[in-house]
Design a protein around this ligand. Structure first.
Ligand code: TMP
Length: 221
């Protein structure tokens, strides 16, 4: 199982599930998505791990435009995220679910509500309407919540060049964090807030405990 729409299958025929991971910068989503996908694969489930923006060829092209140096107006940026997402759903996520796979997706539509809605001031109703047009809702959304201090430490440890979003100021990132908390509170049937200041092993254990209470997981291979 790898990112970007390439999948490995195991023998299981379990009913498909769509699991998304959300959170601000430094929340550890990508690490947790990989650990989760490996754990589910070890249980014998057929897994596709993917991410946004991206996850399909056209969506990856849009990712390059979105994270690159261009300055987008907030509405254009919102629509580009949804163009990438519509393609991702049509070409990768929907076919995998139809084939009975479990899809683990690093970011999905809550990121647009948090970053472009709460962060950049795009009308929440516009984003909610676009979400409705996708015609797909995750079974479980894991919202990783990390303190500003730990998020900053993780960003420094990770190194490398900051993308366009990582360069935005602390007030923007505070709005994004608050947005994810509000989204999780507003949709408790779908979303679970996971405290993510701990080690990656601790956060992974919390995620697996959550999934065992929300979904029927096999006991092992
Ligand atoms: P990543 O760092 O998780 O790969 O995500 C890339 C950046 O894109 C991240 O800073 C958040 C941003 N983003 C949005 O602003 N809106 C969206 O809808 C998505 C999916 C990501």
């Amino acid at each position: 199982m790898t990112e970007g729409g390439i999948a490995e299958r195991s023998e299981s025929r379990a009913r498909s599930r769509f699991i998304t991971l959300e959170g601000g910068e430094g929340a550890g989503k990508s690490t947790q998505a990989a650990l989760l996908a490996n754990a589910l694969l070890a249980l014998g489930l057929p897994i596709l791990r993917t991410r946004e923006p991206g996850g399909a060829p056209g969506s990856e092209t849009l990712r390059g435009l979105l994270l690159g140096s261009s300055e987008w107006s907030p509405l254009a940026e919102t629509l580009l995220h949804f163009a990438a997402r519509a393609e991702h759903v049509a070409k990768t996520i929907r076919p995998a679910l139809d084939a009975g796979m479990w899809v683990v997706c690093d970011r999905f539509y809550d990121s647009t509500m948090a970053y472009q809605g709460y962060g950049e001031g795009i009308d929440h109703g516009v984003i909610a309407s676009l979400i409705g047009h996708l015609g797909i809702v995750p079974d479980v959304t894991l919202v990783l919540d990390v303190s500003d201090k730990v998020a900053a430490e993780r960003r420094v440890r990770r190194g490398g060049d900051a993308d366009r979003y990582e360069r935005l100021d602390a007030a923007f990132h505070a709005r994004v964090r608050q947005a994810f908390r509000e989204i999780a509170k507003a949709e408790p049937a779908r979303c679970v807030l996971i405290a993510s200041d701990g080690s990656k092993e601790e956060v992974h254990s919390a995620i697996m405990r959550t999934l065992r209470t929300r979904l029927t997981l096999p006991s092992g291979p």
